[in-house]
Design a protein around this ligand. Sequence first.
Ligand code: NDP
Length: 295
Amino acid sequence: MSATIISGTEIARAIRDELNAQVAQLAEDGRVPGLATVLVGENPASRLYVGMKNRAAAEAGIHSRQITLPDTTTEDELLALIDELNRDPAIHGILVQLPLPRRIDDAKVLLAIDPDKDVDGFHPVNVGRLATGDPDVLAPCTPRGIIEMLLRSGADPSGKHVVVVGRSNIVGKPMALLLLRKAPGGNATVTVAHSRTADLGAVARTADILVVAVGWPGTITREMVKPGAVVIDVGTNRVDDPTRERGYRVVGDVEFDEVREVASAITPVPGGVGPMTIAMLLANTVEAAVRRGRG
Ligand code: NDP
């Protein structure tokens, strides 16, 4: 068997086309969704991510405000900016790019964002809404994107056993909570594995759907996958590759070439989960704007 490739690039494109139409409709009613991104310091990777997010927002017709602050910005200055954005009626989504400089407390900053503008879904109020199944949640973008990928590729998790490998607050835990919801895209039986799991292979092999978010290449090999399983690879790892001009290539956590021989469907890296994350940031921003309009 050779697995079907679930293209995140194509699914994200389709979602972004739908969002373009929705944003155009909102704009006709004079309601343009607004996204503010805040970058502190000069981290090149963060600068790249923020740039991609702003370009994607602008392409969707979302009003985007990119705020870049110097590395010397104090916690109080950043909190004052968030307070201003919380009160700005043209801004429906606020994203503070992490990591922040060491002397600024990430948790304090995330806590200052209005939960209804928290398009990253990291505020404890949104974590609580997710845990309690509140439909008003703004869910974290990566796991939300994975649910969309599963649904749109015909792998509805309802009634399936899903094993999530990884328990981070950004991917693993919210992934498990979304899969558990009594709602479309949920209703799965969920197992969460992590670095202390005794026999990862034995646990992973019980999965109808295997979601892997570890950050280590080669974590999942062929014999760890049940024949016919759907495999979602969240990992984004740089490995040296002297044959490439830039000296490296990006791979996931799954041994793609061997696992595709046993899985029924698999996401590639790159071109899998990554593009979905940005599409879901836009979706969360539009959703936040629609809700504000209703309120
Ligand atoms: P974290 O480092 O925060 O979490 C990694 C998790 O993997 C931890 O729970 C850890 O367990 C677990 N783990 C580590 N080693 C093993 C092992 N040998 N067996 C089983 N579990 C293990 O990473 P993130 O969740 O933030 O990210 C995971 C990967 O996904 C990274 O490669 C990241 O770059 C990528 N990513 C990709 C995104 C995208 O849009 N494509 C978005 C976000 C992340 P423990 O808790 O016990 O330490």
